[in-house]
Design a protein around this ligand. Sequence first.
Ligand code: OMP
Length: 275
Amino acid sequence: MTFIDKLAAAWKASNSLLCVGLDPDIARFPAHLQGQPDAIFRFCKSIIDATADIACAFKPQIAYFAALRAEDQLEAICRYLRETYPALPVVLDAKRGDIGATAEQYAREAFERYGADAVTVNPYMGFDSVAPYLEWKDRGAIVLCRTSNPGGSDLQFLNVEGKPLYQHVARLVAEKWNTNGQCGLVVGATFPAEIAQVRAIVGDMPLLIPGIGAQGGDVQATVAAGRTANGSGMMINSSRAILYAKTDEQKGEDFAAAARRAAIETRDAINRFRG
Ligand code: OMP
């Protein structure tokens, strides 16, 4: 089954557009996990088990693992997801971008080593830097288009031949790069007007939309701008607002239970506006 088919099936089966981001920050782990050698794996596993029936996808962010030499725990998390929740796509957030020969190795890392269904990639170096990911016909390449951070405007908003650069990226991916129907685009929830512009350019192409929750993106505006005719088409990612939902005031509540509550609230808020 291809990434796109798996995602479409997950949207339907879960009735959810929520992508749970796995950005494990050990400084924010509960006390009983502090100092444990497999703390990252155990934290992520608890979050996954608490939210798998509420999510349409999981998105591990590689930097949180690599910075601590914990790639083995990322491998274990990806394996756990594949074996325990095979219907849920895993999007490896690595934002790769390099010359073709190097990109071939990054593609193997994402798809062979971690077994990811899709990977985020940076389009700045052009088609030959993205082509190696597209050789993996059953996997997805999710291309950065209009990112959620304020500095994204520095380049993505540059006026190129009368249109902002991000719109050229959207058009290029939709019309030239997506020959095998395996691409998606990243568009931040912090810029709903741009989500609508991208949706108008790319038809039903899946959008990965980070920026709700900790970054303050507006759920209603995001869903209105990004939904397809059948009310899906988006993986709306939330990481910190779910992972660290437990606050000091909720003394009795387990961190995974708090994450589940936050995930349900987010899924339901999204579904209210899907139509
Ligand atoms: P929270 O702000 O905690 O929900 O995390 C957002 C996640 O999405 C992080 O893992 C970011 O690296 C990622 N992200 C963005 O925040 N903005 C983008 O434009 C693109 C991404 C991404 O590609 O996932």
